[in-house]
Design a protein around this ligand. Structure first.
Ligand code: ATP
Ligand code: MG
Ligand code: MG
Ligand code: MG
Length: 476
């Protein structure tokens, strides 16, 4: 079943059950704490917070999402993309826990011939918040899932909030056991790639107080109206429905992977390291397409920096696969061909989107070229001095003057059997940051409104938690 069909079925199912179909919002909704929309509920936040009255009691959507925090997992796990789409159904003070569970179960297990996804009941596992006896009871008594496949998990995994005082609630996640060829026995807690989470049901029913963003905060009361917020990963559902090993092999992403393999003259499946690289390329090319599609241009802070990092990572992976020339002109059109049916605006805006991405690739390739010469000289110098360490000052110069990200320097050094004085590098970075801050403080003025993004950008290098579903507000 193609991704497009999964999307259609999801929306038809909830449309037929009284949900208003709402188109995806842009990835760039205005939210000072969020660079990109990272969950289906984000556009509905004002309704959940009671700031606006929802024009409908129930809604369903397929929302574009970006989760930068997952970037290091991409290609290594079976299930993490930087850009992905979240199918969601929402109730604003309308139906609640029991109905939400019933609806999810019905859609997931209904035979394919009747408009459902036909997943085998005997391989479905669920998790519930450890104190949510109500949800556990519904799954066991009402739905009939045996108790052994209902797993209770703590606050960190199964409690949702926006990261700040306000609505919160327990959640219940639905998993498919893909079988022993995918990993260890023992349920979702043993192996989250074998037991693949594809849907999260959030029961917004309590109010939380001050405390850490993720767990350990107090629950201080009940909400006046109880809401439902769910998120089903479209890419994960596609992987399950298509019987492929991971999300990068689904019909929207795999063609890019195949083209990259062709360009690199590699056979996908022949070498595990190359396979990871090919998956990263396929994922990142699509993310770049979607992010530029929504109007971001590469830059040194905020969203522009995220985009730049994603694009450069893709280029670098191609290089590590042995391709030194520009490849975006080959790869991007393949991604477009898979995405344009769902997002026709990409095709209308193709001239702009492609030239932004091709130009960034060219810039980075020439950066790599000039930086690589400096790098090679530095390696020689170290060797001649009988050292196996590249100095922090060199790494800093490569970063500062040639735009070499430190991870690039690290990887290239490792390839030559050298290590890098990372601590020295970080010290110099820190110094530079402090100087910049002092400068900024001195010039403190007109641009105050950009400060939130700037501070996020500053910490980006050190993997900002751009949040999971359960902490929609960035902790940066
Ligand atoms: P995981 O535990 O696998 O990282 P999650 O619990 O962080 O997933 P949620 O925040 O519950 O995910 O998001 C709701 C759904 O969105 C998930 O059940 C999954 O299907 C999908 N999803 C989440 N993160 C990603 C991602 N990085 N790439 C693709 N799909 C994702
Ligand atoms: Mg999870
Ligand atoms: Mg989840
Ligand atoms: Mg996650």
């Amino acid at each position: 079943m193609e991704t497009a069909e999964i999307r259609r079925r999801f929306l038809r199912f909830f449309g037929e059950r009284g949900h208003t179909i709402v188109p995806s919002a842009s990835l760039l909704l205005d939210d000072p704490n969020l660079l990109f929309v990272n969950a289906g509920m984000v556009p509905f936040k004002p309704y959940f917070l009671g700031q606006e009255t929802p024009p409908y009691p129930r809604a369903a959507s397929v929302q574009k999402c970006v989760r930068t925090a997952d970037i290091d997992q991409v290609g290594k796990t079976a299930r993490h993309a930087t850009f992905f789409q979240m199918n969601g159904n929402f109730s604003f003070g309308d139906y609640f826990k029991e109905r939400a569970i019933e609806l999810a179960w019905e859609l997931v297990t209904k035979p394919v011939s009747e408009g459902g996804f036909g997943l085998p009941e005997s391989r479905i596992w669920v998790t519930v918040y450890h104190e949510d006896d109500e949800a556990a009871r519904i799954w066991e008594r009402r739905i009939g899932i045996p108790a052994e496949r209902i797993v209770r998990r703590g606050m960190a995994d199964n409690m949702w909030s926006m990261g700040v005082p306000g609505p919160c609630g327990p959640c219940s996640e639905i998993y498919l056991d893909r079988g022993p060829e995918y990993g260890r026995d023992g349920g979702p807690e043993a192996d989250e790639d074998r037991y693949l989470e594809f849907w999260n049901l959030v029961f917004m029913q309590w109010e939380r107080g001050e405390g850490p963003a993720k767990d350990g905060y107090p629950i201080i009361g009940d909400l006046p109206a109880r809401n439902i917020d769910t998120g089903m990963g479209l890419e994960r559902m596609a992987a399950l429905m298509q019987g492929v090993d991971n999300i990068y092999e689904n019909d929207e992403i795999r063609p890019v992977l195949d083209r990259a393999a062709e360009l690199a003259n590699r056979r996908y499946g022949a070498n595990p390291d190359d396979d990871v690289r090919l998956r990263v390329v396929a994922d990142h090319v699509r993310s770049a397409l979607m992010i530029v599609g929504d109007g971001v241009i590469p830059g040194n802070e905020g969203r522009g920096y995220v985009l730049r990092r994603i694009l450069r990572r893709a280029v670098r992976q191609m290089r590590l696969l042995g391709v030194e020339e520009a490849t975006m002109p080959e790869l991007l059109p393949v991604s477009l061909s898979r995405m344009k049916a769902s997002y026709p605006e990409l095709e209308q805006d193709w001239g702009r989107i492609s030239s932004v991405i091709y130009a960034e690739e060219e810039t980075f390739l020439s950066t790599l070229k000039s930086g690589t010469q400096i790098f090679d000289l530095a390696v020689e110098e170290s060797r001649r001095a009988g050292s196996t360490v590249l100095s922090g000052a060199k790494a800093f110069q490569l970063h500062d003057t040639y735009g070499f990200p430190i991870d690039l320097t690290l990887e290239m050094a490792a390839e030559r059997g050298l290590t890098v004085d990372e601590e020295g590098f970080r010290r110099l970075m820190e110094e530079q940051r402090r100087r910049a801050k002092e400068d900024a403080a001195a010039r403190k003025s007109a641009h105050a409104d950009l400060s939130a993004y700037r501070s996020v950008a500053e910490t980006l290098g050190r993997s900002v938690e751009f949040t999971g579903y359960d902490e929609v507000v960035s902790e940066a």
